[in-house]
Design a protein around this ligand. Structure first.
Ligand SMILES: Cc1cc2nc3c(=O)[nH]c(=O)nc-3n(C[C@H](O)[C@H](O)[C@H](O)COP(=O)(O)OP(=O)(O)OC[C@H]3O[C@@H](n4cnc5c(N)ncnc54)[C@H](O)[C@@H]3O)c2cc1C
Length: 362
């Protein structure tokens, strides 16, 4: 079989893998995505219950970088993003205060995963495909999934997953990449959801339709009203409660019911005045084992955005830049642009990795 030149496999169809794929596809480079989940999205995915759609990972994206802002204009025009939250609050001992700053914040509509679904359009994606290991060398790579199926050959493989998962895949082939992965800690986070039959009671001196609040509780850091997100007005009162990372770490093996109850109690404690929450009709929790990158390898990773080795392996994702959607997108986008700018090489040639920005010195 003739191997296509510079065909790339990307493991992970979160925002980083998708950004990398789109940059390669824009340069007419063949690219195939693989994700173990049923669809694209990763930590931007949403849970759909009969009663409500809940964002349990990222709640909104914020915009700081000009390249990211340019990309957003097109996504907004396609209708998959809308400005939100417009009523953001911070809880303090003397009550809740409106949070004001100049940041543009947007969320997916009708759910957070609308953006990643939009970015996946037209790309070849093998969903429900858990890649267990890589086989190959600098000339060609094969991906082996948990069903024993082999996918390939590819001239390069991008691993766009949290670092612990990336490390498992690259460790047998590249000690330096594996070491870089080991240096980035991805911290866990519990995300609870709570449904109510009745709307929440009004809060003193707070907008009736407040959308999200930051809390200073040891357990709970952020509460979001899903039904007040754009495109979701047909669902009832439905909260997402995000736990603090330290608290989540200490309760990683607790059951979801216990977690949901503890976070709901924390929310009740954080309400201003004597307001009492109504009885929930349903609740649960999702554990993100790898929620947010914390420690960056030797302090230099923040500026590198991604990692490339000389043997056709590369890494991108929020681990290499920072803990936000914007960081993950920029990491994947920059990596995709660098890979796309390389001349087509025959499968038998050796890539000149030293020219690449994210090259990892041996
Ligand atoms: C609870 C929570 C709240 C957050 N809130 C915000 C927020 O409000 N704003 C913000 O900007 N950011 C937020 N973030 C962070 C943001 O979600 C992430 O930074 C971003 O989504 C990371 O994207 P990624 O593509 O790097 O990784 P991911 O989204 O994790 O994508 C990795 C993908 O790889 C797949 N995968 C892993 N291993 C394999 C394998 N072996 N084979 C195949 N597929 C595999 C996974 O299924 C996943 O789809 C939040 C994160 C969490 C967890």
């Amino acid at each position: 079989m003739t191997q296509p030149q510079n065909n790339t496999a990307i493991i992970g169809a979160g925002i980083a893998g998708l950004a990398c794929a789109r940059a390669l596809a824009a340069a007419s480079r063949p690219v195939t995505l693989f994700d173990k989940a049923r669809g694209p999205g990763g930590r931007m995915s949403s849970r759909r219950l009969p009663e409500a759609t809940l964002d349990l990972g990222a709640q909104f994206l914020s915009v700081r970088d000009a390249t990211f802002a340019d990309a957003l204009e097109g996504w907004q025009a396609s209708g998959c993003l809308a400005e939100w939250p417009t009523s953001l609050w911070s809880a303090a001992e003397d009550g809740w205060h409106r949070h004001r700053d100049d940041l543009l914040r947007l969320c997916g509509t009708p759910r957070m995963s609308a953006l990643t679904r939009h970015l996946a359009e037209g790309l070849e994606l093998h969903a429900g495909t858990h890649i267990e290991r890589l086989e190959g060398d600098a000339r060609s790579w094969w991906l082996v999934d948990t069903e024993g199926r082999r996918h390939g050959p590819f001239t390069q493989v991008v691993v766009a997953t949290p670092t612990p998962q990336a490390r498992t895949l690259v460790a047998p082939h590249d000690a330096a990449l594996a070491e870089a992965c080991a240096a980035v800690i991805q911290r866990p986070c519990w995300a609870a959801w709570v449904l109510f039959d009745a709307p929440l009671p009004g809060l003193p001196e707070v907008d009736h339709d407040w959308q999200a609040v930051r809390l200073a509780d040891p357990a709970l850091r952020f509460v979001v009203r899903n039904h007040l997100k754009p495109g979701r007005h047909d669902q009832g009162e439905s909260l997402t409660l995000l736990a603090n990372l330290e608290w989540s770490e200490a309760r990683l093996e607790d059951g979801p019911e216990t977690i949901a109850e503890a976070l709901l109690d924390a929310f009740q404690r954080g309400l201003p005045g004597d307001v009492t929450l109504p009885e929930p009709s349903a609740m649960g929790a999702h554990r993100w084992r790898y929620a947010q990158p914390d420690v960056f390898a030797t302090g230099e990773a923040v500026n590198l955005d991604y990692r490339i080795s000389g043997n056709g392996l590369a890494l991108c994702g929020d681990s290499w830049r920072g803990p936000r959607i914007e960081d993950a997108w920029l990491s994947g986008h920059h990596l995709g642009e660098v890979l796309a700018s390389e001349p087509n090489r025959s499968p038998l040639s050796t890539p000149d990795a030293s020219r690449r920005k994210g090259h990892l010195a041996p």
